[in-house]
Structures are given as structure tokens and as C-alpha cells.
Design a protein around this ligand. Structure first.
Ligand SMILES: CC(C)(COP(=O)(O)OP(=O)(O)OC[C@H]1O[C@@H](n2cnc3c(N)ncnc32)[C@H](O)[C@@H]1OP(=O)(O)O)[C@@H](O)C(=O)NCCC(=O)NCCS
Length: 123
């Protein structure tokens, strides 16, 4: 069984399991909407850890007044878009559209981001 620990730094809540982390950032104190970031160490990828940690984030949200979670993979990243699509199917995130040029790669290059969101509808 994978174990990890939640810590909070300002508006950011992070679950670290030693092989990756998931972050929920509310952006301002007490805000009901958080953005989700998940990263898994390369050696541990494709073992289900990313999926597991998103599940942890949803459980955390339910008990910490976070009503909505946004996940915004960059459109041109096939791994993160495939992951987000699987997460959406498993946990009930819905596709809400395309955020034009919401990502910034540096050197003047902007990237579209796909918007998925989960809301706590009690399911
Ligand atoms: C994206 C990331 C979090 C996936 O973590 P992971 O633990 O490897 O994911 P899981 O093992 O839970 O896989 C879930 C699904 O994601 C997709 N996926 C994961 N890695 C993939 C890869 N290398 N290529 C294609 N699809 C992949 C698959 O659909 C997979 O389902 P399947 O195993 O039934 O095919 C990880 O690759 C990562 O840290 N990437 C860099 C940061 C990033 O892109 N974060 C996500 C932003 S949305």
C-alpha cells in the first residue's frame, strides 16, 4: 500500500509519497476552487501511482472544503493528455474546454491547455 503525507504551505496543499507528489493549490486562502498538479518520478511511472495520488487529492478536497478541482494538461503533451483523459473517466472530471495559450514554455512560446474539472456533487 502506498503511503504519503499531506503538508500545507500557504494556499498550496501537497501529498508527497516519496516517488512523486500531488498538489492542490487554492490560489487564495479558503478559495473553494483548486488547481491540481501531479508528478511521478520517471522510474515509478506507469505503475498507477499518478492515478492513486489523484484519488488521494479528491479525498483531501472532500474533507477540506475544496469544491472544485481543475486539471489542465498542455495540449501538445501526449502523456499528460492521455493521463488526464484516464483520470477524467475514473474520477468524474469533465472536459470543459480549451484554455488558449494558458501554458508558457519560455522563449515566447505559448501552449494551449485542456481544461478538465471535478466538482464535489456528492457522488
Ligand atoms: C503524467 C504522469 C503524472 C502519469 O503518472 P503515472 O503514475 O505514470 O500514471 P498511471 O500509471 O497512473 O497511468 C494512468 C494512465 O495515464 C496514461 N499514461 C501514463 N503514462 C503514460 C505514458 N508514458 N504514455 C502514454 N500514456 C501514459 C495511460 O493512459 C495510463 O493508463 P493505462 O496504464 O491504463 O494505460 C507522469 O507521467 C508525470 O509525472 N509526468 C510529468 C508531469 C505531468 O505531465 N503531469 C500531469 C499533468 S496533467
Amino acid at each position: 500500500m502506498t503511503k504519503g503525507l499531506w503538508s500545507s504551505y500557504g494556499t498550496s496543499h501537497i501529498f508527497d509519497c516519496g516517488h512523486g507528489f500531488v498538489e492542490l493549490d487554492r490560489h487564495r486562502p479558503g478559495h473553494h476552487c483548486a488547481s491540481l498538479r501531479v508528478e511521478v518520478d520517471e522510474d515509478d511511472s506507469q505503475t498507477g501511482l499518478g492515478t492513486f495520488m489523484v484519488g488521494e487529492a479528491i479525498e483531501y478536497a472532500k474533507t477540506h472544503d475544496i469544491h472544485r478541482i481543475e486539471l489542465t494538461p498542455w495540449r501538445d503533451n501526449p502523456v499528460s493528455t492521455a493521463f488526464a483523459s484516464r483520470i477524467a473517466a475514473k474520477y468524474g472530471f469533465r472536459y470543459e474546454g480549451m484554455k488558449r495559450q494558458a501554458g508558457y514554455r519560455g522563449n515566447g512560446q505559448f501552449v494551449d491547455a485542456v481544461l478538465y474539472a471535478w466538482v464535489n456533487d456528492g457522488a
